[in-house]
Design a protein around this ligand. Structure first.
Ligand code: SF4
Ligand code: SF4
Ligand code: SF4
Length: 281
């Protein structure tokens, strides 16, 4: 923490940042929350530990609209999320100072977060300054998805349908997700209306499948959607299944390379195109 505070003080002193987005511990409750630190504020309340679970990237668009230079504290998974925002031109890198911090994992509900088991990188792939250790796994692990893949289609449908049935369509999953930023979400569109607004199995299934496909190759596995879901719907399973498919087909993992566009928005001459018939010329 000392090294991080020192670096942030330096950034403020040099005028490199107007504000820094980080984590603050409320001294009264001990609760840790996303917070904006201003130059003249004490950095003593700033923390970085297993309680820093929120993905701060979701707050960046609001801050860059207000300030010219924003510093942001990043875990590995959140840095992957930032990388997707940069390649999609949602955020301009010139406005960001990325402070990557070697992450040792976070806890959700008092337990080690599931996402940390399969964590590909403890350090953000986008950094201007790195504090702490960088640990990376070479080969991706999708242990939970592999368990689901062993089920028969009927068993798999039963498994997911029980969860879809419970969805309240509160859209907390969408609101917390940095990659879910369409001006009009497909779930809110009236003309044409793609998805029934009422919470019932058929419409909920449409919502979950469409959302998962819209995030294919773009979900950085920050796990925030699953964390905030009041019905504990295992959305990471669907997102990870698509992440696995994209990795197998294109050798790409979202956000791991800040220069790489999501493969589903790239048309390459080498693409094996079985739908349009043959390779692109
Ligand atoms: S997934 Fe990795 S970077 Fe993200 S919180 Fe867990 S250990 Fe940290
Ligand atoms: S947060 Fe959970 S209950 Fe709410 S819409 Fe998303 S999946 Fe459904
Ligand atoms: S879909 Fe969920 S896990 Fe993926 S980036 Fe969005 S909030 Fe994070």
């Amino acid at each position: 923490m000392k090294a991080m505070r020192k670096k942030i003080k330096e950034l403020f002193a040099n005028g490199d940042v107007d504000v820094v987005l980080g984590y603050r511990e409320d001294p009264a409750s001990g609760e840790v929350k996303a917070s904006v630190f201003k130059k003249d504020e004490m950095l003593e309340d700033m923390v970085f530990d297993e309680r820093c679970v929120q993905n701060l990237v979701n707050y960046l668009p609001t801050l860059v609209a207000r300030y010219s230079k924003v510093g942001i504290v990043l875990k590995g998974c959140d840095g992957r999320s930032l990388a997707t925002q940069l390649v999609e031109h949602r955020i301009n890198k010139n406005q960001i100072v990325a402070l990557g911090v070697g992450c040792e994992g976070v806890k959700v509900g008092g337990k080690d977060a599931d996402k940390c088991e399969d964590c590909p990188t403890s350090m953000s792939p986008v950094t201007d300054h790195e504090i702490g250790d960088k640990k990376q796994k070479k080969d991706p692990v999708f242990s939970k998805v592999e368990e689901i893949e062993k089920m028969s289609p009927a068993e798999r449908w039963k498994f997911f349908a029980e969860y879809f049935e419970r969805c309240e369509r509160c859209y907390a999953c969408r609101q917390i997700c940095p990659s879910c930023y369409c001006e009009i979400c497909v779930a809110d569109q009236q003309e044409p209306k793609w998805i029934e607004p009422s919470a019932k199995l058929s419409a909920n299934t449409m919502w979950h499948l469409i959302r998962a496909y819209h995030l294919a190759g773009r979900c950085a596995d920050c796990g925030e959607c699953e964390r905030v879901c009041p019905q504990e719907i295992p959305m990471r399973l669907m997102n990870n299944a698509l992440e696995k498919a994209v990795h197998e087909l294109f050798g790409v993992r979202p956000g791991m390379d800040p220069e790489e566009l999501p493969p589903l928005v790239v048309l390459s001459k080498e693409d094996p195109d079985t739908i349009m018939g043959g390779k692109h010329e």
